[in-house]
Every structure is written in structure tokens, then in C-alpha cells.
Design a protein around this ligand. Structure first.
Ligand code: UD1
Ligand code: CA
Length: 455
């Protein structure tokens, strides 16, 4: 049965105390709604519609890359009204799945259960048992255990409030039936809202079986309404992500102190120490070791490479057997070939560093082409920027650039050239020769300290 999905996201999220609408809050390296959309993608739906509210243009604008149809619900008259607004144009024969934009951790397998039940002509509603069900709609069942209706907390009797099985809000059934039932829903209740939950009793009256499917665990169906719930969702996600990676063989020194905010591929025996954040697309070779407190974004790292503590890598391609850090910053456009070493307080940007070359201490290598087996000593700086344009520094194979040298680009240090420490290189340094570009040291042997003037 083809599937259509309606995601309710018209809520303002006042309790976030944020300029950012609640479904745009960050979660797992994406937004809350994008996160849900990733799960929905696994369902292969014919169409996904997102109901957004007044002031929700920002949601639509920010997430315009999502392939969804946006439906404006100008006035928030209740969940039933919201779904009704989204229905025009949805094919009658489709299974319709209703999701909440602020319930992003629901699993694809759970949604599959709902749609399968709906495909058999049932109305499937996702429920959960809560220790404290206050505020939620209660699931009422008859003596045989069949769901008969849902009563909202504000409309419930004392006996009904004792029920601990609650409505998560997620449901599925045939689109045509939902359309018919929603046409009859009224707002005669404590909140004067059109309740989506009223369709349950209508289904029962029409002889449609209502299947109350229990969620696997509470966290899967928890809503995100405030910053604490947002953090709790992130924690759940962190735990699940780490568990999945460890199952595939990744060594995490502490799964509770590891954040993946993107995608990670890794080889055998890769090890990640505590407090690392991985963003975008990261690929680690076999036996790669990432030290504590590293931030890696959109990087590829070769086999046996070791990244020591406190490194920040962004947009870099790192070879095999490379050593980086501690405290190194590798910026976009950097390529470090096999066996290169980049040490503490070294920044490399948009540069290619050849095999076996080293910049071990306190250097800035920007817009440079560095050959193989080059030594870049402490304090070397490529002066790549003249205030207007960026220029390239070329350092050829086997060159040795002495400490505290400034290389005023564009400039080339030839193969095997030796640049004396403290040089300011403004012209090319020829291959195989020693170049000095600094004031010569001089000692005055007959110098005397100035004496005091007599009055
Ligand atoms: C709803 C359910 C309740 C359930 C609870 C689970 C109804 C009547 N009640 O209650 O049984 O236990 O969710 O969290 O459905 N929304 C719109 N437009 C509207 C109203 C709501 O898009 O006019 C969206 C909200 O953005 C939110 C979702 O629908 O994502 C739920 O709305 P909310 O007001 O939080 O519903 P509850 O009163 O909590
Ligand atoms: Ca709610």
C-alpha cells in the first residue's frame, strides 16, 4: 500500500525560549525535523507533508532542501485540524502516517509496524506506558483489551487519569477513512480544539479495529519541548550511535563522551579517546588513533595515523602513518601525505605537505606546496596574504627551513635548499644552497659600557 506521511510541526515551542523554532533546534548534527526526516526516508513514502504554523516561514526557508510539501496551518485549532489541512490531494487508497515534528527519535521499525497494521485496514496508534502520564491523552481499552477511545488529560475523569498507557500522537490508517472521520470531528471539549484523537472512537464505531502498538521504550516517543528534553534526546542519540559503532568494531574509550554529528566510516581497530566530536563526513583508516578532545570535520584519515590530543581538523585529507598534534589545527584544503608530522601549535591551511615532511612546532603553513622530506622548523611562517590577495609558497623536496623564517609569498625554496634561521625570504632560495636573509651578528671587542657623566 503506498504511503503518505503528514508531520505536524505548527507548534511554536515557547518553552525553548529561543529565536529558533523548536523543529530547527540542533540534534545529532542536524535539526530536529531533519533528524525525523532521515527516519522517514527509510519508509519510501510517496509523499511527505509538513504542517507549519504562523511564523514558521523560517522552518520552511531553512529546510527548503527537504523534499516535502509544506502546508500552512494559519491558526492552530488542534491536531485534528492540522491533519485535516494537510489532507487535500492525498490519495484515498494511501496509508496515511501522522508524525510529530518534535518527536524525532521514533524508529523506522516502529513506524513500519504502524503502517503494516494500517495496511491491513486497521487504525494503528502508537502508545507508551509512563510512570507519570500527566498531561497526555489516555488510551482507554475495553475488558478484552481492545482500544475504544482516547481521552485527553483535561477531559478525563479521575478513574481515566489513573490509566498509565498514553497516546504518543503517532498513528496510521487509510487516508480515505481519516478524511471521513476528521470531517466529523468537533471542538466540544475542554480546550475547544479539534482533536485528532477523537477519530479513535469513530473508527471503533465504524467497526475498524484499533491497534494500540506499544513503543519499544519511552525515549523513542519523547517530545522535545524545552532545552532539557533537547539535551535528553541528544543523550539518547549519542548512546544509540555509539552502540551501533562499537557493534561494528570501533573502540570508543567512553561511549558517553563521544559525539558523532554526521557520518563515520572506519577501518579495523580504530580507537577514539574521550571527548571527541566528529562532524560531517569522517573516514578513519585501520588502526587510526584519535586522542582526547579532538574535533574532526569532513576528514579522511589514512591507516595507522595518530592524532594526539586537542587537535582540530576540518576538510583535510590525511595519509597513512601521519602524526598530528597535540594542539594542531588543520584547515580546509589541506593534504598531508604519508608519514608527515605536524606538531604542536602548527596551523596548516590549503596546503599539500609531501611524504615524510615535518612541521613539528609553532608554524603557519598556508597556501603552500611542500615537497617530500622537508623540514619546517619552529616558528616558520608562510606570509601568504598581502592584505588583498593570497599567494603560494613552494618548498621543494629535502629543503630545510630554519626556525623563525618568514617566507613572503609568492616565493619558492628550491630542492635541498637550506634557509638559515631567522631569515625573511622575499626572493626564491636556490636549490641546494644556503640562503641567509637576516642581519649579521656583530660583536664590538673594544666596546665599553657608557660611564656616568661628571657634573
Ligand atoms: C497531543 C495528543 C495527546 C498526546 C500528546 C502526545 C491530541 C488532541 N492530543 O496532545 O493525546 O498524548 O499529543 O504528546 O492530539 N500541532 C499542530 N497544529 C495544531 C496543534 C498541534 O501542528 O493546531 C502539532 C504540534 O506542533 C505538536 C503536535 O501537533 O508537534 C502535538 O501538539 P500538542 O499541542 O503538543 O498536543 P498535546 O496537547 O500535547
Ligand atoms: Ca505535546
Amino acid at each position: 500500500m503506498p504511503l503518505s506521511v503528514v508531520i505536524l510541526a505548527a507548534g511554536q515551542g515557547k518553552r525553548m525560549h529561543s529565536d529558533l523554532p523548536k523543529v530547527l533546534q540542533p540534534l545529532g548534527g542536524a535539526t530536529v525535523l531533519e533528524h525525523l526526516m532521515r527516519t522517514v526516508a527509510a519508509l519510501d513514502a510517496r509523499e511527505v507533508r509538513v504542517v507549519y504554523g504562523h511564523g514558521g516561514e523560517r522552518v520552511r526557508e531553512t529546510l527548503k532542501h527537504l523534499s516535502v510539501r509544506w502546508v500552512l496551518q494559519a491558526e492552530q485549532l488542534g491536531t485534528g485540524h492540522a491533519v485535516k489541512e494537510a489532507l487535500p490531494g492525498i490519495v484515498d487508497e494511501d496509508t496515511l502516517l501522522v508524525l510529530y515534528g518534535d518527536v524525532p527519535l521514533v524508529r523506522a521499525a516502529t513506524l513500519q509496524k504502524l503502517t503494516t497494521a494500517a495496511g491491513k485496514g486497521q487504525l494503528a496508534v502508537l502508545t507508551v506506558r509512563l510512570e507519570d502520564p500527566a498531561g497526555y491523552g489516555r488510551i482507554l481499552r475495553d475488558e478484552a483489551g481492545r482500544v475504544t477511545r482516547i481521552v485527553e488529560h483535561k477531559d478525563a475523569s479521575a478513574a481515566e487519569l489513573d490509566v498509565d498507557e498514553v497516546n504518543t500522537g503517532l498513528l496510521a490508517c487509510r487516508a480515505a477513512q481519516l478524511r471521513a472521520w476528521l470531517g466529523r470531528v468537533q471542538n466540544k471539549n475542554a480546550q475547544k480544539e479539534y482533536y485528532l484523537t477523537d477519530v479513535i472512537a469513530m473508527a471503533v464505531a465504524d467497526g475498524v479495529t484499533v491497534d494500540g502498538i506499544e513503543a519499544s521504550e519511552e525515549s523513542e516517543v519523547s517530545g522535545i519541548n524545552d532545552k532539557q528534553q533537547l539535551a535528553a534526546a541528544e543523550t539518547v542519540l549519542r548512546r544509540e550511535t555509539a552502540a551501533g559503532l562499537m557493534q561494528k568494531g570501533l573502540t570508543l574509550r567512553d561511549p558517553a563522551r563521544f559525539d558523532l554529528r554526521g557520518e563515520l566510516e572506519f577501518g579495523r581497530d580504530a580507537v577514539i579517546d574521550v571527548n571527541c566530536i566528529l562532524e560531517g563526513k569522517v573516514k578513519l583508516g585501520s588502526r587510526v588513533k584519535i586522542g582526547p578532545h579532538a574535533v574532526l570535520k569532513d576528514c579522511e584519515i589514512g591507516d595507522d595515523t595518530e592524532i594526539l590530543s586537542h587537535c582540530v581538523l576540518d576538510g583535510a585529507k590525511i595519509g597513512a602513518r601521519v602524526r598530528i598534534g597535540p594542539f594542531a589545527r588543520i584547515r580546509p584544503g589541506t593534504e598531508l601525505a604519508d608519514e608527515a608530522h605536524v606538531g604542536n601549535f602548527v596551523e596548516v591551511k590549503n596546503s599539500r605537505v609531501g611524504r615524510g615532511s615535518k612541521a613539528n612546532h609553532l608554524a603557519y603553513v598556508g597556501d603552500a606546496k611542500v615537497g617530500e622530506r622537508v623540514n619546517i622548523s619552529a616558528g616558520v611562517i608562510t606570509c601568504n596574504y598581502d592584505g588583498v590577495n593570497k599567494h603560494t609558497t613552494v618548498i621543494e623536496d629535502d629543503a630545510f627551513v630554519g626556525s623563525d623564517t618568514t617566507l613572503i609569498a609568492p616565493v619558492t625554496v628550491g630542492a635541498g635548499a637550506y634557509v638559515a634561521a631567522g631569515s625573511t625570504i622575499t626572493k626564491d632560495a636556490p636549490a641546494g644552497q644556503l640562503t641567509l636573509a637576516r642581519a649579521r651578528q656583530e660583536t664590538k671587542p673594544d666596546w665599553k659600557p657608557p660611564g656616568k657623566k661628571k657634573k
